[in-house]
Design a protein around this ligand. Structure first.
Ligand SMILES: Cc1cc2nc3c(=O)[nH]c(=O)nc-3n(C[C@H](O)[C@H](O)[C@H](O)COP(=O)(O)O)c2cc1C
Length: 216
């Protein structure tokens, strides 16, 4: 009975956040299309790049209890395929939390506009011209801790390439939120992939990166 209640609660959580996200692109549709007459600025693949990401290992809706989070797997593919450095946004607040309480906490954080603290710092952000920004979609956009990062680091003037892992929301509001945080950045080439697909998803990531000009 307890298990049944948990499954129902989890399913409800997903239904609600999928409905709230306002964007239900499939993985195949994940690469963001530019509006007509508004081509994305090209990515200078020779520029120094860093992958900034948050990823939550542990109890996960569709892939069980995972040691390595879905977004981290994508971040690792990006670094392997492009040579980009990495900065992982680490926060221990969510360690060991079950899926449903985490959903509730994340929703409250978003509603209250909380900016939870993360560990560590990037050594000289100015050395990077290109920044891949990635995270899971939580309630339609990036987790609040990523907004803490956005508040702390000025990425205006750089090329920002957003990516997400998700279970139905695609890019959700992430691209718009990055553009709002960095109105003077070149936000381009966004990509999303289902969290349950990432372990077999290296070829999709490689295809996306090739489309941006990497690996040619
Ligand atoms: C608190 C929470 C909220 C979530 N909200 C959404 C959502 O709004 N839309 C969606 O498609 N998936 C949502 N998910 C599913 C995650 O985006 C998905 O499992 C993702 O791949 C997790 O990545 P990670 O392992 O790197 O943290 C949510 C998961 C959690 C834990």
């Amino acid at each position: 009975m307890k298990t049944l209640k948990y499954i129902l609660a989890s399913a409800l959580c997903v239904l609600v956040y999928t409905a709230c996200s306002g964007n239900t692109k499939t993985a195949a549709e994940g690469a963001e299309q530019p509006a007509v007459g508004q081509q994305p600025l090209p990515v200078d693949v020779a520029s120094k790049a860093i992958v900034v990401f948050f990823s939550h290992a542990g109890d996960n809706y569709s892939v069980g209890n995972i040691k390595v989070g879905n977004t981290k797997i994508v971040a690792d593919y990006i670094s392997e395929l492009t040579g980009a450095d990495q900065f992982e946004i680490v926060i221990d607040k969510y360690d060991g939390m079950a899926y449903k309480p985490l959903c509730d906490l994340a929703k409250a954080e978003q509603e209250n506009g909380e900016l939870p603290e993360f560990k560590g710092a990037i050594d000289n952000i100015d050395q990077y011209e290109t920044v891949f920004v990635g995270g899971p979609v939580w309630w339609g956009t990036y987790p609040q801790v990523m907004f803490t990062f956005f508040n702390r680091y000025d990425l205006n003037g750089k090329t920002i390439i957003p990516f997400t892992t998700h279970e139905g929301s695609g890019l959700g509001r992430c691209v718009d939120d990055v553009k709002k945080a960095y109105p003077k950045a070149n936000v381009t080439g966004a990509f999303s992939i289902y969290g349950h697909d990432v372990r077999d998803g290296k070829a999709s990531v490689e295809k996306w990166l090739n489309g941006l000009g990497y690996g040619k």
